[in-house]
Structure formats: C-alpha cells, structure tokens
Design a protein around this ligand. Structure first.
Ligand code: GLU
Length: 480
C-alpha cells in the first residue's frame, strides 16, 4: 500500500500556524513512508474563501519547504462529483430531504434548552411520505439533505495518536445535513460530506489533522460506510497552546506563517520548531534537524496527546542557531529584503563584498532577521544620533584631542586595514599620553553614537570603506 495523505486547508485566512503544523506532520509521514502528499483547497465556503488566501497558503507551504506531490485540487471545481454522491445516498435511502424550517428548528432548540437537553435535530422528516413532501414543496419550503445517523450506533476507531476512540451515534446531533438548502435539485454539499467524497476519490490512506476534527471523524466514518468505502486511518494531532495553556489564537498576536516570516524567522527554524510542536525524535536531545532528517525518524508513536505549548524563547533560540550557522552569502540574501523594507541604500559604495564584511560582523548577534535592521542601521545612515552615554563620553577630557589625533593619522591612509587601525590607536595613545580605553570609547561614541555594539575595529573598517568614518569623527569633534 502506498501511503497517501493530504493537507486540506480552507482559504478563509492566511496560512495559519496550526494548519502549517498539520502540514508538517502530513509531509513527514508521507516522506517517511515514501508516500504521496496531496494538497486540496477546501474552498466551498464561497463567502469566506478568497483567492489571496489560497495564494498565501501556497506561498507559505513553499516557503516552509513542504512540497506536495499532487494538487492543489479545488473543491469548487468538483461540485458535480459531490452532487452525484449525494444523489446516490438519496437513491439508497441513506439520506433524505428535510423540509424543517429554521423557525421550527429554533423552536425545537428552545424546547430542548428548556428541558436541559443538548441541541439536536429530532429526525422528524426522516420518513416523510411522497404526499407530505409534495405538500411542503407546494408551501414553497426549501429542503436540505440529511444523512441518517442511528442513535444507537457505536463508532470506534483506533486513532494513531489517541488510541481507541469511541463515539455514540446519539452524540452526533441527529441526522446530519450534507447539502445546503435548495428549492430544486441538490444544494451545495457541505464540509463533512465532501471531505469524505474527496478522501475516497483521492485514495487517502491516512487522515492527519488537528484534534478539533475528532467529532467530524465520527460522522465521516459513517459516511465511508454508507459509500461502501474503507475508512482511512486517522491521526488527530494535539492543539497548539499559548504559554497560558489556551489555544493559540489571533489574540496571541502572531498566527499566520507570513507573520512569522515578517518577524524574521527563517523557514528552516520555523519548520524545525513546528516539528517539535507535539513530536519528539527518539533521540530527544537532538533538537536541530532538517525536515528530511525528521522524516526518517517520524512516527505517530512519539506524537503527544497533550496540547503543545508554543514557546517563543525556544523558537528564538532555534532561529539564532540557524542564523549563526548559515553561510554569509545566504544570510545576505535573507537580510536584503529587510534592509530594503527599512529603506536602506544598497547601492555603491555598499557593494556585495562590503555587505559580506557587514554580515560577518553582525551574524553572531542576530536572533531574528529583523535584528539585522536595527543593529546595522549605523552603517546605512549618513550620521548617527548620540546616546546620552556617548555624549558624556565625548565630553570627557582628552576625548576630542584623541579624535583629532585619529583624524590626522587617517589623512595619510587611503584605505584602512585592521593592523593600520591598531597602529593609529597605539600612535595616539603614545602621542597624547592617554589611556587606550578612553580612545576606544570615544572612537566608538563618535563612529556609532553609542558605547555598545559590534566589534569596534570591524565597524570602523566598514565605515571607512564607505567613507563615513572621517565625517563622523569631525562631526563629533565639532559638536562636543
Ligand atoms: N478544511 C479543513 C480545515 O481547514 C480541514 C479538513 C480536514 O483536514 O479534513 O480545518
């Protein structure tokens, strides 16, 4: 048997972290078994579905490296298939037209509520006679299609994550609507139904999805039976929780993959982190791996039942590990869009080799790619603003003289090197008989506007290459 799994997102929002994580588990399982990963866009909710969300989903999956083997298939293009399947259930007497009006349903719900009962449909139109149907039609009533669910049915499956699951038909809310209201012909088929038609048609062997779908699974198993098809295996993955233990939601700020991208997480770190959201490798001390490496070891035996807490500190840590071990070339390419976004000039004299030198300097300090904007700002602007500390430093006795000494030493040097920079500092120490520390701090304050930051000599060399060191020294002298 070839393993065939699918991701079935609804394009009613940008690619969500929960959907992406479900995608990760599907992908890992498919690759582990040399199977197929299929992408299906569940766009039957016409009011809420948008093409730009489909685009965001496709882009997000590509960015994360979750390549698919078949699809994307769009449910809106498959309506005929679904309607035929509904018709078949009608013909077999497994489904029926229900003419109950929304007012009647409301009244039923009110009575149930008054009696402390859970809301459910009472199957009142299950056995209408032809005459009764005609009478309702004559009244101009529309009808939905309901699938019969016997209250005393027991539905059991062996969930790959949660073990034995058991539901009673009576827990499912009565006969279930599988097609929307219509006055003629079959209305639009609904989620629980079309999923099953598709999963049968696409020969899906394993349905891997979030645990919020568990009650759907119970209903869907009955539909597989009704359509004479073998149920796939089911694996319900744990929810993603925030640090307070509640389901991660929009209120937590960031939920879509594009948000994480904008915040400066790398695809590799994010996908690595998502792999660990609910799964752990057998060698659980190993936390950094590629998708391919994880796929070799992936199994549902090591997927937790309990919700997975989203841990920003851990994600940051992973991200920094990826950034620190990345080639300089790749990191430049990843930083360029962030610098462009910030409006930084990326033309001469800031050529590629200058960018390389800059990135070598800042790489160890980055946790997220966006940090590359703030930390390198001083290299992209003409002037710097002085922090209070820098101002105090520049007003220290001997500071201005030291800077003047540096400026005059620079006169004879067309291009600075590390050893020349060291020589200049030594020379000024000697000439002016001041402490090296004072010179270094004053130089840093003048060049960067601050007393903290990346390596001073390297920063100086970078500024020298673009002709900004001398003007900044002169500016500091003039203003202090
Ligand atoms: N379209 C469903 C969702 O976005 C997924 C359905 C499924 O995986 O069966 O939640």
């Amino acid at each position: 048997m070839t393993v065939r799994v699918r991701l079935a997102p609804s394009p009613t929002g940008n690619l969500h972290i929960g959907t992406a994580r479900t995608g990760v588990f599907n992908w890992l399982f498919a690759r582990h078994h040399n199977g197929q990963f299929i992408l299906r866009i569940e766009d039957t909710d016409l009011e809420r579905s948008r093409p730009e969300y489909t685009e965001s989903i496709l882009q997000g999956l590509r960015w994360l490296g979750l390549n698919w083997d078949e699809g994307p298939f769009f449910q809106t293009k498959r309506l005929e298939l679904y309607k035929e399947a509904v018709q078949k259930l009608l013909d077999q007497g497994l489904a029926y037209r229900c003419y109950t009006t929304s007012e009647e349903l409301e009244a039923l719900r009110e009575t149930q509520k008054a009696n402390g009962l859970a809301p459910r449909y009472d199957n009142r139109h299950r056995n209408l006679t032809l005459e009764q149907e005609e009478a309702y039609k004559a009244e101009g009533r529309s009808f939905v299609i309901r699938f019969k669910i016997d209250d005393d049915r027991e539905i059991v499956w062996n969930d790959l994550v949660r073990g034995r699951m058991s539901w009673r038909g009576s827990d499912l809310g009565g006969d279930m609507v599988i097609a929307r209201a219509s006055t003629e012909g079959i209305g639009q088929p609904l989620y629980n139904f079309v999923v099953v038609v598709d999963d049968i048609d696409m020969q899906i062997t394993h349905v891997i999805r979030g645990e919020d779908h568990i009650s759907n699974t119970a209903k869907q198993i009955l539909l597989y039976e009704a359509m004479n098809a073998k149920s796939p295996e089911f694996a319900h993955t744990p929810l993603i929780l925030n640090m307070d233990g509640r389901k991660l939601s929009k209120r937590d700020g960031v939920t879509s993959i594009s948000d994480f991208q904008k915040m400066g997480f790398t695809a590799e770190a994010l996908v690595n982190y998502m792999t660990l959201l609910g799964w752990s490798p057998p060698e659980s001390t190993q936390e950094i791996f590629t998708l391919e490496e994880a796929a070799k070891q992936f199994s549902f035996e090591r997927v937790n039942k309990a919700g997975a807490k989203f841990d920003w500190a851990k994600l940051d840590w992973l991200n920094s590990q990826y950034i620190h071990s990345m080639t300089v070339d790749k990191l430049i390419d990843l930083l360029i869009p962030f610098w462009e976004q910030a409006g930084y000039p990326l033309t001469e004299p800031r050529d590629r080799s200058w960018l390389e030198q800059l990135v070598v300097l800042i790489q160890p300090s980055l946790t997220r790619l966006v940090d590359g904007v703030s930390i390198s700002q001083l290299f992209f602007t003409e002037t710097v603003e002085y922090s209070d500390e820098a101002n105090t430093q520049l007003k220290q006795e001997g500071s201005t003289a030291a800077l003047k000494g540096i400026v005059s030493a620079l006169e004879n040097i067309p291009q600075l090197s590390e050893s020349l920079a060291q020589d200049i500092i030594k020379q000024v120490v000697k000439e002016q008989n001041v402490k090296k520390g004072l010179i270094m701090r004053s130089l840093r304050a003048a060049l960067t506007g601050d007393l903290h930051g990346p390596d001073l000599i390297q920063s100086w060399l970078l500024l020298n290459r673009i002709g900004l060191d001398k003007p900044r020294l002169l500016e500091a002298i003039k203003t202090h």
